[in-house]
Design a protein. Structure first.
Length: 192
């Protein structure tokens, strides 16, 4: 991966349940030259998740091998025993098509990637105004256990303390407003 080529990158990060994935999906529909950067993970797929579409699902050993081979731009253990990372080959694939990679990353991963990519990346922090809204959203997904939801809520409180380190913050209490705000910011960055 060559970060000297002046390619642009867009990073969406947020506590789980803040709506970053929905915003990324909406931005992909807007006709901008964007392409979703598929992250690799060592966790198994959830219901309806597809390998090489939602994530590159790797075994824990396979993930470790790619770390040792330095095939990641960035990676981290997000939850005990569960790693996520951005493959260099994925960025090369997207930029070779003339597209702008869009990342949907946890907060620490987003900050790490911003440090690596510098001014070539626009780092957006998505949040809701109240932790109770997060709890409602996580429960309505019906994809995680109560224990998993509590872990995510505990982590969300910590992650919100990093918001000021991002280039911009989008408050996602009203989805249509958050979509419009995101689109305006992305268009400005891409054309700038």
């Amino acid at each position: 991966m060559d970060t000297n080529n002046k390619a642009k990158y867009i990073i969406f990060s947020a506590p789980s349940g803040s709506g970053k994935t929905t915003l990324v999906q909406e931005m992909m529909k807007k006709g901008l030259p964007l392409e979703f950067s598929i992250s690799a993970t060592s966790r198994g797929p959830r219901k309806n998740e597809i390998h090489a579409k939602d994530y590159y699902f790797l075994t824990e050993e396979g993930f470790k091998q790619k770390v040792l081979a330095q095939e990641f731009v960035e990676w981290e253990e997000v939850y005990h025993g569960t790693c996520y990372g951005t493959l260099k080959s994925e960025l090369d694939r997207i930029t070779a098509l003339g597209h702008i990679p869009v990342f949907d990353l946890d907060v620490i991963g987003g900050l790490n990637l911003k440090k690596i990519l510098g001014d070539q990346a626009l780092a957006i922090f998505v949040q809701v105004s109240d932790i109770d809204v997060l709890q409602q959203r996580l429960r309505s997904r019906a994809t995680d256990s109560d224990e998993s939801i509590q872990k995510r809520l505990d982590k969300a409180a910590y992650e919100m303390s990093f918001a000021s380190q991002f280039d911009t913050i989008i408050i996602n209490d009203d989805l249509s407003k958050a979509i419009d705000h995101s689109y305006h910011i992305l268009k400005q960055f891409i054309n700038g």
